[in-house]
Design a protein around this ligand. Structure first.
Ligand code: TYD
Length: 244
């Protein structure tokens, strides 16, 4: 298959090199339940990185490329729900493959830092844990959609479900909830636990951020983590950054 032969061509004699050896840019993903403030924090981090002279591409899932945005519409409208969680997982993976190939990899290869609102962990949690899609299918889809592209850092925004629910209701105004927002409180409790378990399994990649404080305070926590992970030199702390 085309994807496999492309991957083999990039592998070194001892197997695939770590992504950061191939691409100069850093890949940072944000994960968490609904209403945890991911989109706000993605934007705040991007601004701060840019202020430090780093070229940033902000993107999101599902979506982030023309093909994936079409699939996003199918998924979030609920049109694919009757097909069941396996089919939904396949559609998320199809969108991701397009997003990685058309948007993320080119940006990383050109030296940009990519900040992405949701990525493969969302499929692991929403479809794998909550939707009970077979782990082998999740793993297989991940292999074909992202290959060896693993985020350098994943920030898991954590918030008690009741607080997230309030934020979501406020944010939505009078608009109807989308396919996943409409799930009940128990779903969102399980979602939170699944994210915490995932972060605990991969502590080298994932950092849990307490999203229960002001957006400025959350942004400060995130900035500290980004600096400690990618120090030295990439994004030096300013006096303002050090004010706690
Ligand atoms: P979005 O409007 O982007 O919501 P959020 O602000 O919460 O990110 O909707 C994305 C929805 O799709 C969200 O409910 C999570 C869900 N989702 C999955 O179920 N699996 C996935 O792989 C991805 C990327 C998202």
């Amino acid at each position: 298959m085309a994807l496999q032969s492309k991957k083999r061509a990039s592998e070194g004699p001892d197997g695939p090199p770590a992504r950061s050896e191939r691409s100069p840019g850093k890949f940072i993903t944000f994960e968490g339940g609904e209403g945890t403030g991911k989109s706000t924090q993605v934007a705040m981090l991007a601004l701060r990185l840019e202020a430090h002279g780093i070229a940033v591409l902000v993107t999101r899932e599902p979506g982030g490329s023309p093909g994936a945005e079409i699939i996003r519409h199918v998924l979030l409208s609920g049109a694919a729900k009757p097909l069941g969680p396996d089919a939904e997982a396949m559609l998320f993976a199809a969108a991701r493959e397009d997003h990685v190939r058309c948007t993320i990899k080119p940006a990383l290869d050109s030296g940009k830092w990519v900040v992405c609102d949701r990525f493969a962990d969302s499929t692991r949690v929403y479809q794998g844990v909550l939707g009970q899609v077979d782990q082998r299918l999740i793993n297989g889809l991940e292999r074909v959609s992202i290959g060896d592209l693993s985020p350098d850092l994943t920030l898991v925004l954590d918030l008690p479900v009741e607080a997230a629910f309030e934020r979501r209701t406020r944010r939505r105004g009078g608009a109807a909830p989308d396919r996943f927002e409409a799930e009940d409180l128990e779903f969102h409790q399980k979602l939170r636990q699944a994210y915490l378990a995932l972060a605990a399994r991969e502590p080298h990649r994932c950092v849990v951020i307490d999203a229960g404080t002001s957006k400025e305070e959350v942004a400060k926590q995130i900035w500290r983590v980004v600096n400690s992970r990618f120090d030295p030199g990439m994004a030096p702390l300013t006096a303002e950054d050090l004010v706690s």
